[in-house]
Write a protein that binds this ligand. Structure first.
Ligand code: COA
Length: 156
């Protein structure tokens, strides 16, 4: 029987940075940002697979911009690659600096691998991602590299 295919869906989460989210340098605590990105990735994984999912791995993250209190962050998540039960999700984080003419800039990008699981934590089959555009093909290739790298890490 052929496998069901599905288009990716773009999901968005929004967070406002409050004083409780700040580190001792007066900028956003990196761990909070990672948690928000993980949450956005989970949302994308769940919407795509329509099953409970767990984070299996996260690629390295670089912090080039330091968001501050009052900034708005929006998190754009989408599935870019699918295996049998795993999905690679790209999360782009855009920062709106409310103190500088509402300037909105890409602040970070991360790649998260989620696995759809049943109530006992056993991996479950997911639909195959439908890839049609050149951009989707490039993203699929990136996701495939991430899957291969994760498998290599696990074998070490
Ligand atoms: C992720 C998890 C479900 C994998 O279960 P498993 O029994 O080892 O599954 P398998 O080896 O059969 O692999 C299942 C899929 O997961 C992928 N996978 C497993 N470990 C992975 C990892 N560390 N990184 C990326 N993908 C991984 C496999 O490539 C496979 O993908 P595919 O089905 O698309 O080919 C399991 O290790 C787990 O529950 N981990 C804890 C998750 C968790 O608690 N996350 C929150 C941490 S804060």
């Amino acid at each position: 029987m052929s496998r069901t295919t599905k288009k990716t869906e773009i999901v968005t989460n929004i967070e406002v940075i409050f004083p409780a989210d700040i580190n001792h340098h007066g900028t956003l605590f990196g761990g909070r940002l990672m948690a928000w990105m993980d949450k956005a990735a989970y949302y994308a994984a769940f919407r795509y697979s329509t099953q409970p999912c767990v984070t299996a791995s996260v690629e390295s993250l670089d912090f080039a911009i330091a968001p501050q209190v009052g900034d708005l962050l929006d998190f754009i998540g989408k599935v870019i690659y699918t295996g049998s039960s795993s999905m690679v999700i790209r999360v782009d984080v855009f920062r709106t600096n409310v103190h500088h003419e509402n300037e909105r800039r890409l602040a970070n990008t991360g790649y998260f691998t989620f696995v759809a699981v049943d109530q006992k934590g056993k991996p479950q089959a997911i639909p195959l991602l439908l890839v049609e555009t050149e951009e989707e093909r490039m993203l699929w290739k990136k996701g495939e590299e991430i899957k291969t790298q994760a498998a290599t890490r696990r074998r070490k």
